[in-house]
Design a protein around this ligand. Structure first.
Ligand SMILES: NC(=O)c1ccc[n+]([C@@H]2O[C@H](COP(=O)([O-])OP(=O)(O)OC[C@H]3O[C@@H](n4cnc5c(N)ncnc54)[C@H](O)[C@@H]3O)[C@@H](O)[C@H]2O)c1
Length: 400
C-alpha cells in the first residue's frame, strides 16, 4: 500500500474511537515486523509435523542453522535460499504429533534429542520453540517389533484436526515410519479436514495416486499437496537414477543392477520386517527402472540394520552393462552419508513450494516439486527437467 493511502486509512480509523485505536495499534506492529524482517518478508510458514524422528530433527536443526542465510548465499541442500520470497527462517514449527512417550510433553527443541533419535547434532543450540509435543494416534505407525525402540505411548491421542486448526498450521509434514498404511492416511485426512497443505515424506502412495480419495480431496478443496517418499539431496535414489540415465544416453545396455542399503537408525530397524517395506521397494525400484525403456532386472531396497552405524547410511550400487562389441562394463560404487540431514533441505524447499501454492490458491498435487523432490511422484520425469519446472513454478510461469 502506498504511504498516502496508508495515511488516509489511518485518518479514517481515528474517527472510530477506542476500537479503531486497537486496530491501529495492531497495524502499527504489523508494520514494525515488516521493517524488522526486511522488505522481502512474506510471512511465516506454520509447519506441523507427524513423527519427530531423525528426519524431523534434521529439519528443525536445519531451519535454525540457516536462520541467517542470505538470498545470494549458496546453502548446500537447498534449491534456493530465497524460494519465491520465502527463506528457511520463515518456517515456524507450530504442532508436533508423536507416538514416543518420552518425547510427548517436551518442547520440540528438547524432544529432537530424545532417544532413539540419533541424527548428528549440527545445530546443538536450537532454542526452545514454545511448542510441546502432542500424543498422536499411534495406529500402525509403531510395528510390533518397534514398540520398545519407539517407546510407544498408550495415552489418549489428541484430535489432530483440532490441534492443526488451533495451531493455525499451513502445512503438515508426515514423517511416519515406513509401513504406516493407516497412520499416514489418518494424518493426511486430518490435514485435509483442517484445510491445510500436506507433504508425504514416506512411501505410502497417497499424493502420487490420482485416484486416491485423499489426493482427490486435496484437489477438490483447492489445497496443495506433494509426495510421495522424499528423495534426498544426494542419496542412493538420485545417484542411481542419474547413472542409469547416463548409461542409457551413452548407449550402454544395462543387464542388471542392484542397490543395497544399510544403516543403524530406526528407519532401518523398522524396515527389517519385509512386509512393512513393500511400498519402499516399489518406490525405490520404480525410481530407477523408469529411467530406461526396457526390462531391467533389479534388486533395490533397504538390506540390513547395522545398529552401530546409527544415522550413517551406506549404499552399494552395482550396474552391469554391455558396451561396444557387446563387451562388459561394470560399475560398482559405495556412498556413505548422514541419512536424515540428507533430506532436510529438500523438505524445506517443498514446504516453501506448498506455501507459494497456498498463497496463489493452487490446490491438488504439485507436479513440479513432487517430480523433483520425491521418489514416487505422480509424474516420473528427468530430474534436471524437474528442477527447471520448479523454477518455472517459483516464477509463476507454471501453475503447479
Ligand atoms: N533421508 C531420509 O532419511 C529419508 C528419505 C526418504 C524417506 N524417508 C522416510 O521418512 C520417514 C521418517 O524417517 P525418519 O528417519 O525420521 O524415521 P524415524 O524412525 O527416526 O522417525 C519416525 C518417528 O515417527 C514416530 N511415530 C511412529 N508412529 C507415529 C504416529 N502414529 N504418530 C506420530 N508419530 C509416530 C516415531 O516415534 C518416530 O519418532 C520414514 O518413513 C523414512 O523412510 C527418510
Amino acid at each position: 500500500m502506498a504511504f498516502s493511502q496508508l495515511d488516509r486509512v489511518k485518518k479514517r480509523l481515528q474517527f472510530y474511537g477506542y476500537y479503531s485505536m486497537v486496530i491501529y495499534y495492531l497495524l502499527f506492529y504489523g508494520h514494525i515486523e515488516y521493517l524488522v524482517q526486511g522488505d522481502d518478508f512474506m510471512g511465516d510458514i506454520r509447519v506441523a509435523i507427524a513423527g519427530l524422528g531423525n528426519c524431523a530433527s534434521a529439519l528443525v536443526q536445519g531451519v535454525h542453522y540457516y536462520r541467517n542465510a542470505k538470498a545470494n548465499e549458496e546453502v548446500p541442500g537447498l534449491m534456493h535460499v530465497d524460494f519465491g520470497g520465502y527463506y528457511p527462517k520463515d518456517l515456524k514449527f507450530v504442532a508436533v504429533f508423536e507416538a514416543n512417550r518420552k518425547k510427548v510433553g517436551l518442547d520440540v527443541a528438547d524432544a529432537i534429542w530424545v532417544e532413539p533419535n540419533c541424527c548428528l547434532k549440527f545445530a546443538p543450540d536450537v532454542p526452545k520453540i514454545g511448542v510441546k509435543v502432542l500424543p498422536g494416534p499411534v495406529s500402525d505407525g509403531v510395528a510390533p517389533h518397534m514398540k520398545e525402540s519407539f517407546f510407544s505411548h498408550d495415552l489418549e491421542p489428541v484430535d489432530v484436526v483440532e490441534e492443526l486448526k488451533k495451531a493455525k498450521a499451513d502445512v503438515l509434514v508426515s514423517y511416519l515410519p515406513v509401513g504406516s498404511e493407516k497412520g499416514s492416511r489418518i494424518y493426511a485426512q486430518a490435514a485435509l479436514d483442517a484445510g491445510i497443505g500436506f507433504i508425504n515424506a514416506i512411501p505410502e502412495f497417497i499424493v502420487s495416486d490420482p485416484d486416491d480419495p485423499i489426493a482427490k480431496g486435496f484437489k477438490e478443496k483447492g489445497l496443495p499437496c506433494a509426495g510421495d517418499d522424499i528423495k534426498s539431496q544426494l542419496g542412493a535414489t538420485i545417484l542411481h537414477r542419474v547413472l542409469a540415465q547416463l548409461f542409457d544416453k551413452r548407449g550402454l545396455i544395462l543387464q542388471n543392477t542392484y542397490q543395497l542399503n544399510i544403516g543403524g537408525n530406526t528407519d532401518f530397524e523398522n524396515m527389517q520386517v519385509e512386509n512393512r517395506l513393500k511400498s519402499k521397494r516399489v518406490s525405490k525400484t520404480q525410481a530407477v527402472t523408469s529411467c530406461v525403456d526396457y526390462e531391467l532386472p533389479t534388486k533395490i531396497g533397504p538390506s540390513d540394520y547395522v545398529p552401530f552405524l546409527k544415522d550413517n547410511k551406506v549404499c552399494y550400487i552395482s550396474m552391469r552393462s554391455k558396451a561396444f562389441g557387446n563387451l562388459p562394463l561394470d560399475l560398482n560404487l559405495k556412498l556413505s552419508v548422514q541419512d536424515s540431514p540428507n533430506s532436510a533441505g529438500v523438505i524445506i524447499d517443498v514446504v516453501r513450494a506448498i506455501k507459494l501454492a497456498l498463497d496463489r490458491g493452487v490446490g491438488g498435487e504439485l507436479s513440479s516439486i513432487s517430480s523433483y523432490s520425491f521418489k514416487h511422484p505422480r509424474y516420473q520425469i528427468d530430474d534436471f527437467e524437474a528442477r527447471d519446472r520448479v523454477d518455472e513454478f517459483i516464477d509463476g510461469k507454471r501453475e503447479r
